[in-house]
Ligand binder design. Structure first.
Ligand SMILES: NC(=O)C1=CN([C@@H]2O[C@H](COP(=O)(O)OP(=O)(O)OC[C@H]3O[C@@H](n4cnc5c(N)ncnc54)[C@H](O)[C@@H]3O)[C@@H](O)[C@H]2O)[C@H](O)CC1
Ligand SMILES: [K+]
Length: 494
């Protein structure tokens, strides 16, 4: 699914109106009906429902929602913010329709006329949607503050009023909704951490916009889907052997950090690799060899660092950032030309030696979390800037950049894919090590760097989601999640 700009969403509307065909007022009716069904079926009806409307089509949705509720004998009061605009045609038509049902419609021209709003109320925010083109000010800003302070349950229609669809609204007045009912598809503003406190829980309502429009449309950002990932999974033919699936090397672990190496190695082995060697310090060899029977080992301190024969290499989990680790990074840069997965301490080392970035082999995968990303590429003013920076960097360098977060972004060649699998149970040490192992395994099997990354990131989150069948978010460990990589592969085949 593509994440569209406000202009593209307007075009999608127009395309649907023309090709379904359906009138624009009927499309609004359909959207409103879906909202009302969702509100009722999710048990959000309260004795007092206050609907705040702007005079654009978002406000039109609010008026239609009010009428549909009233028609089901559910009382609702409408407050329309007066800011001089005439109102769109569909707003006007819905206002007429509502007038025939109720006189409980209030026009508000000053804060003196704001109704009291309290904890017992349900507020429906239909002030502004995708048409917002500047920060909210004056009366609009004041009503947002009034609603936000009330403690009422707030349901935002399409997006919380005050959010821009595809750029930051940091520092601006924005409705803090408990729920956001967004139409047809997720929006970029609903993917970023800086807006999480505004949009609350998000439900995407399928209002039947025409699917063919997407085939003719391009966008920088999109969402990964199960179907796409499943289609990319390589078959394992009957006459294949371990050589078919590549020999991977993981350079991981150090004294006190051998857990990172073990997690990466186990995840690598559970992700289909043919052979795995783990490079560890001499003293730590017994830990590896007694706990992982399938992995071979090489000794970190030995001089001969030949990388010939490895189909892929992953470096970073638990290696530390000391000079000896820097020397290994340097050595790898000089002696290995295939894609490498760069993670954790290895990313920090690159951050300290930024000139080395130019030397990363094409197709290498960088997996920084936001702090590591900042160390590598500098600070960003807001989440949107960071996303756009990752996209720009992916044009500048022949690398796959994995920006880890609640919705991890994968940037490559000027495009970005968001992953939606995974849960907050993964916010624990070891999750990143697991991902590095998985990506290294997929690269070794001949997946292209982009394919390895989207597949690995998707399966990583999916394994964690499947772990919730037997664990809670609190209790789940990366070790549990690794044991569910198998279930995740099977789920893709369903
Ligand atoms: N395809 C769909 O998803 C459907 C969407 N619907 C709803 O329509 C809105 C978008 O409506 P639109 O009229 O384009 O925009 P808004 O309602 O957000 O209002 C814009 C309106 O307000 C003016 N404006 C913009 N910013 C400000 C500001 N800061 N202060 C004051 N005024 C401002 C602007 O000039 C416009 O006049 C979408 O979100 C959905 O809710 C359809 O109902 C169904 C299909
Ligand atoms: K809204």
């Amino acid at each position: 699914m593509l994440l569209l700009s406000p202009q593209q969403i307007q075009q999608w509307d127009a395309y649907t109106i023309l090709h379904e065909p359906i009138s624009s007022i009927d499309l609004m009716e359909r959207a409103a009906r879906h909202c009302v069904d969702w509100i009722i079926s999710n048990d959000h009806i309260r004795t007092s429902i206050k609907i705040f409307c702007g005079k654009g089509n978002n406000g039109g949705d609010g008026l239609a929602i009010a009428r549909l509720l009233l028609q089901q004998q559910i009382p609702a009061t409408v407050y329309i913010l007066e800011f001089g605009a005439k109102g769109t045609d569909d707003f006007q038509l819905n206002l007429q329709r509502l007038h025939s049902l109720t006189k409980d419609i209030h026009f508000i021209q000053s804060p003196d006329f704001f109704p009291p709003v309290g904890k017992e109320d349900l507020v429906i925010d239909a002030l502004f949607g995708s048409g917002l083109n500047r920060p909210l000010q004056d009366l609009n800003a004041a009503i947002v503050q009034h609603i936000n302070q009330s403690g009422a349950r707030i349901i935002a229609i399409d997006v919380p009023s005050g959010l821009f669809l595809d750029k930051s609204a940091k520092g601006n007045p924005v409705v803090t909704a408990n729920y956001t009912l967004t139409f047809q598809s997720l929006k970029l503003c609903l993917m970023v951490a800086e807006n999480a406190r505004y949009f609350g829980e998000v439900a995407v309502l399928d209002i039947g916009l025409h699917p063919l429009f997407l085939q003719e449309t391009e966008a920088t950002f999109s969402l990964l889907s199960k179907e796409e990932i499943a289609r990319g999974i390589k078959p394992r033919p009957g006459f294949s052997h371990k050589g078919t699936y590549g020999h991977a090397l993981l350079i991981a672990g150090n004294t006190g950090k051998m857990g990172a190496a073990l997690l990466a190695a186990k995840a690598c082995l559970r992700s289909g690799v043919g052979l795995l060697t783990v490079n560890v310090p001499k003293n730590e060899l017994p830990i590896l060899q007694t706990s992982l029977h399938e992995a071979m080992a090489t000794i970190r301190e030995e001089e001969d660092h030949s990388y010939d024969g490895y189909a892929s290499i992953g470096i970073g989990p638990g290696i530390g950032t000391a000079g000896s680790s820097e020397a290994i990074v340097r050595n790898l840069l000089e002696n290995y030309a295939k894609p490498v997965v760069w993670d954790a301490d290895a990313v920090t080392i690159l951050g300290k030696n930024k000139q080395w970035l130019e030397q990363l082999s094409p197709g290498s995968i960088l997996t920084p979390h936001p702090k590591e990303f900042e160390r590598l590429f500098g600070a960003s003013d807001n989440d949107f800037d960071r996303l756009n920076k990752a996209i720009e960097l992916s044009k500048q360098y022949p690398l796959v950049i994995v920006l880890k977060g609640h919705y991890t972004l994968i940037a490559f060649n000027g495009k970005g894919w968001f992953n939606t699998t995974g849960n907050a149970g993964m916010a624990k040490g070891g999750s990143g090590d697991m991902l590095t192992g998985m990506l290294t395994a997929l690269l070794a099997q001949g997946y292209t760097p982009l394919q390895a990354t989207v597949t690995g990131v998707y399966l990583h989150g999916l394994s964690a989601d499947l772990t919730l069948e037997e664990q809670s978010m609190e209790s789940m460990l990366p070790s549990d999640t690794i044991e569910n990589i198998g279930k995740a592969f099977l789920f893709l085949k369903e």
